[in-house]
Design a binder for this molecule. Structure first.
Ligand SMILES: *[C@@H]1O[C@H](CO)[C@@H](O)[C@H](O)[C@H]1NC(C)=O
Ligand SMILES: *[C@@H]1O[C@H](CO)[C@@H](O)[C@H](O)[C@H]1NC(C)=O
Ligand SMILES: *[C@@H]1O[C@H](CO)[C@@H](O)[C@H](O)[C@H]1NC(C)=O
Ligand SMILES: *[C@@H]1O[C@H](CO)[C@@H](O)[C@H](O)[C@H]1NC(C)=O
Ligand SMILES: *[C@@H]1O[C@H](CO)[C@@H](O)[C@H](O)[C@H]1NC(C)=O
Ligand SMILES: [Ca+2]
Length: 310
């Protein structure tokens, strides 16, 4: 792309009139290059990683969180249409690009420009897929309070041994998590069975900004479906997650299964997290209400969609 016009050496030899003409040609060439450059630049532009680290104080706990923009090339920005903010980011990008280009092209003929934006909105959403992360089953736990560990069994405070919480994070609608909470496998069936149960998990590929979630129903009974849930996030180390003060509330509301039963082993509606500017390494899910009277609360999937920082 760089045309070899050596201004310094030509100045020594050419008379003034020719020099003016020569300068005129150089300006014309520069303008032409600038137009070409402005046309080409957006296709090869790369976003450079930029990290903003902020500290916020919430619930008397100081939490540091980091938002990082994913290195994305412009083609993927154009093809991915999962977020209306994409077009806003694109508009910002193009204006930054042209101004940078015009100042650069007059001195050099470089066509590659690096633009750094501080955009924190996600460009590419991913569904979290568990690999070997530990999933901690819990019961008798509420928002902001300490977690009580649940164990496999058929008594109060247990979950059915073949239906552990890992089953809600395996992408398989045939496997499910059934926790009795304050009830047990012998009955009686009650509204409260399985309420205040759930799990927490620390992502290996962290941190993660949760943008939306959906829950899939279990095999046996619609009465076991969760209808209301809470979600909390944390960046405190895994060993301290048992403590309620480690957690920050990010969602308290509908599960996406409440208004309509989608049927057995089916996904409910996607629920959007409006407080999605914070990234967390760990998430805690608690069921606060279910559809009817049953032994346990059960669900086959808890699908989390969002964005990883790396
Ligand atoms: C948080 O701080 C406020 C004001 O300092 C205090 O009233 C409240 O009890 C504290 N909460 C906890 C859970 O420590
Ligand atoms: C199950 O819970 C009920 C109360 O809900 C209690 O009466 C019963 O003894 C419990 N059974 C077992 C085996 O724990
Ligand atoms: C899905 O879960 C069911 C029940 O646990 C199991 O039999 C089946 O093999 C699983 N499918 C896959 C693909 O892992
Ligand atoms: C969202 O965050 C704000 C401010 O931190 C908080 O007041 C509000 O309760 C949160 N909403 C939910 C649904 O957690
Ligand atoms: C809900 O979100 C998931 C994950 O992004 C997506 O696969 C699914 O199509 C969405 N469902 C609806 C009804 O939009
Ligand atoms: Ca499953």
């Amino acid at each position: 792309m760089a045309t070899a016009i050596d201004i310094t050496s030509s100045n020594i030899q050419i008379p003034v009139v020719n020099k003016k003409r020569r300068l005129c040609t150089i300006i014309k060439t520069s303008v032409a290059l600038l137009i070409i450059a402005a046309g080409l630049t957006p296709t090869i532009i790369r976003l450079r990683r930029k990290t903003n680290t902020t500290t916020e104080s919430m619930m008397n706990t100081t939490v540091s969180f980091t938002t990082t923009t994913v290195p994305t090339d412009i083609t993927s920005l154009i093809t991915k249409e999962n977020n209306p903010t994409t077009s806003v980011s694109l508009a910002t990008l193009s204006s930054t690009t042209s101004s940078t280009t015009s100042s650069t092209t007059s001195s050099t003929t470089s066509t590659t420009t690096t633009v750094t934006t501080s955009t924190t909105k996600p460009f590419v959403l991913q569904i979290f897929q568990r690999t070997n992360e530990v999933v901690y089953p819990i019961w008798s736990t509420t928002l902001g309070r300490d977690s009580s560990r649940s164990s496999p069994g058929d008594k109060t405070g247990t979950y059915w041994p073949s239906q552990a919480p890992e089953a809600a994070l395996d992408g398989n609608l045939s496997s499910e998590y059934c926790n009795y909470g304050l009830c047990n496998a012998s009955g009686p069936l009650q509204d409260g069975c399985g309420i205040q149960t759930g799990f927490y998990i620390t992502f290996k590929s962290k941190p993660f900004i949760l943008v939306k979630f959906r829950i899939a129903t279990s095999k046996n009974s619609g009465s076991r479906d969760p209808t209301q849930i809470t979600i909390e996030g944390s960046n405190i180390e895994e060993s301290d997650l048992i403590f309620g003060k480690s957690w920050i509330k990010i969602y308290n509301g509908a599960s996406g299964l409440a208004t309509k039963d989608p049927g057995r082993q089916k996904y409910g509606n996607n629920q959007t997290i409006t407080n999605n500017s914070l990234s967390f390494e760990s998430y805690r899910i608690l069921i606060t209400s279910k559809r009817g009277r049953e032994y346990c609360v059960a669900y086959s999937e808890f699908e989390m969609t969002g964005r990883f920082s790396d």
